[in-house]
Design a protein around this ligand. Structure first.
Ligand SMILES: Cc1cc2nc3c(=O)[nH]c(=O)nc-3n(C[C@H](O)[C@H](O)[C@H](O)COP(=O)(O)O)c2cc1C
Length: 201
C-alpha cells in the first residue's frame, strides 16, 4: 500500500519510525530528479485539472517527487524554488483525513504535526473530495510570501504535466480557519491549497 493511502487510512503505524515534537516521521523515497518531459513541452501543455481517478492512488515515489519539486532541496543544496533574500520561509503541509504532515525538504520526510482532518476546511468545491493528494502552502503574509507559493505551485503544475497527473491550485479555502488550526504564528498564513491526482479516465 502506498504512503498516501497508508496515511489516509492509518495516520500512523509501525512504518513511522521515530518521533518529532508532536508526532511521527515518514521517510520518503529519494525523488528521481532527472528526465521527464522536455521543459518547453511541459510549459506548453500545462493546464488545471479537476477530475481525479478516485481508484488510483498516488504512489510514494510520485508523492516524493511532487513534494520535492514544490519545496525540496536540490543537489546544489538550494531549494527547488527561489525565496526573497534566501529566506526559505515557506512551509508545505500535506493534509490527509487522519492528520496533517509537514514536509521537511532537507530530510526528505514528512513530519506529523496533528491528527486532524483539515481537508473539509479546503473543501468548497466537490472535486476536492476525489483528490488523493492535498498540498497546503503556508508563507509569511508579507510582500513576498505569495510569490514563493506561486513558484512552488507552478513547479507542481509542470511536474504534474510531465508525469501525466492532474492538479489545480485553489484559493477558495477557509484560510483563516486553517491558519488557526495549524497554530501558525510569526506572521505566517495559509495561502493556498493544491490538489493532485491521476486524471479521471
Ligand atoms: C491564485 C489562484 C487561485 C485559484 N483558485 C482556484 C480555486 O479555488 N478553485 C479552482 O477550481 N481553481 C482555482 N484556480 C485555478 C484557475 O481557475 C485556473 O488557473 C484558471 O481557470 C486558468 O485555467 P488553467 O490553469 O487551466 O490555464 C486558481 C488559480 C490561481 C492562480
Amino acid at each position: 500500500m502506498n504512503l498516501a493511502n497508508k496515511l489516509a487510512i492509518l495516520g500512523c503505524g509501525a512504518s513511522m519510525c521515530c518521533n518529532v515534537w508532536s508526532g511521527e516521521i515518514k521517510h520518503l523515497p529519494e525523488p528521481a530528479i532527472t528526465g521527464g518531459m522536455p521543459l518547453m513541452d511541459a510549459i506548453n501543455a500545462r493546464a488545471s485539472g479537476r477530475l481525479y481517478d478516485k481508484t488510483k492512488p498516488v504512489d510514494d515515489q510520485t508523492l516524493s517527487e511532487i513534494l520535492w519539486v514544490a519545496w525540496g532541496v536540490n543537489t546544489q543544496g538550494k531549494r527547488t524554488i527561489p525565496t526573497a533574500r534566501n529566506g526559505q520561509n515557506m512551509k508545505l503541509y500535506m493534509l490527509t483525513p487522519t492528520g496533517t504532515w509537514l514536509y521537511n525538504g532537507a530530510k526528505n520526510c514528512l513530519e506529523k504535526v496533528n491528527d486532524k482532518n483539515l481537508i473539509p476546511l479546503t473543501n468548497t468545491q466537490e472535486f476536492v473530495n476525489d483528490a488523493p493528494v492535498h498540498l497546503l502552502f503556508v508563507a509569511k503574509d508579507d510582500k513576498w510570501g505569495r510569490c514563493h507559493v506561486g513558484s512552488a505551485y507552478q513547479n507542481v503544475y509542470l511536474y504534474a504535466t510531465s508525469k501525466g497527473l492532474a492538479t489545480v491550485i485553489r484559493g477558495l479555502i477557509d484560510a483563516d480557519a486553517l491558519t488557526a488550526e495549524l497554530g501558525l504564528t510569526d506572521g505566517e498564513r495559509v495561502i493556498a491549497h493544491q490538489t493532485v491526482g491521476w486524471p479521471e479516465r
